[in-house]
Write a protein that binds this ligand. Structure first.
Ligand code: IPD
Ligand code: CA
Length: 260
């Protein structure tokens, strides 16, 4: 993976990750602000976003930017954009849990062209480019091929204070828990998708996500031979933030069980 686009994304993420690792080792000094109920932003989110933005803007001064911690920035090329989550898994980060990642996607004319998800603490770099496959630290990755729910590990989000539909979640758990090998919750949707792309989890589903949580992960999954689709009944728009991903059979098996 060494196209000019991927190279600038890698350079930006690697540069920003140095400060993130430093901050992670000094959490007692971390400045935390609240955006809503149990929805936090730290000084590290903002610093990381600014660093990535500066670096990418220098390389692509006419591109647009969609970023978690700011309003959309429209450049002279509105159809070429970076979609950035500086820290996906902010709550983990704040608690000293290393399961968080930088997520950067490049979208041109409505098509995802390149994706990066980087875990600064484990130094795992997930990359994908449209038509060129998906990689973890330079090794080709593929989604798992398990078809049976009884052999599969599922990963999802759990509603919490200020977020999600608890009744629906509990209903789905009641249906799925007796059927599967395990259900996990990691706290970073970007890493969840990356881990589905490399077969560590068999299937991911979650509702209420934002473009920056999922854009890079969507391309990774597709380039790893997997599927991503909407979870909202007939409307198959994954950008609604309600999505499911894995191999085609496991997705269909789960949707059948949930009667979606
Ligand atoms: C969150 C994580 C989490 C998901 C939440 C997201 P953030 O992103 O991806 O796994 O369940 O919906 O908001 O706030 O840590 O960037
Ligand atoms: Ca996020």
């Amino acid at each position: 993976m060494d196209s000019p686009l991927i190279n600038i994304m890698v350079k930006a993420a690697k540069k920003a990750s140095r400060g993130l690792r430093r901050d992670f080792n000094e959490l007692e000094n971390l400045q935390v602000m609240t955006k809503g109920p149990a929805d936090f932003v730290t000084a590290s989110d903002i610093r990381t976003q600014n660093l990535i933005y500066d670096e990418l803007l220098y390389a692509k001064p006419d591109w647009s930017f969609v970023m978690e911690e700011s309003k959309q920035i429209i450049g002279s090329k509105p159809n070429s954009k970076f979609i950035i989550d500086p820290i996906d898994g902010t709550t983990n980060f704040m608690h000293g849990n290393p399961n968080f990642a930088i997520s950067i996607a490049a979208e041109v004319d409505g098509k995802l062209e390149a994706a990066l998800i980087y875990s600064p603490i484990t130094d795992e770099m997930f990359l994908a480019e449209r038509g060129k496959g998906a990689f973890l630290n330079d090794k080709r990755i593929r989604v798992a091929s398990r078809k049976k729910l009884s052999e599969s590990i599922l990963i999802t989000g759990i509603p919490h204070l200020g977020r999600g539909d608890m009744k629906l979640f509990l209903k789905e758990m009641e249906i799925l828990i007796p059927e599967v090998a395990g259900i996990r919750r990691s706290g970073s949707a970007a890493l969840d998708l990356a881990w589905v792309a490399c077969g560590r989890y068999d299937l991911f589903w979650e509702r209420g996500l934002e473009a920056w949580d999922i854009a890079a992960g969507i391309l990774l999954i597709k380039e790893a031979g997997g599927y991503v689709q909407g979870l909202n009944g007939k409307d198959n728009d994954i950008w609604s933030g309600n999505l499911i991903s894995g191999n085609e059979d496991i997705i269909n098996n789960l949707l059948k069980k949930l009667e979606i």
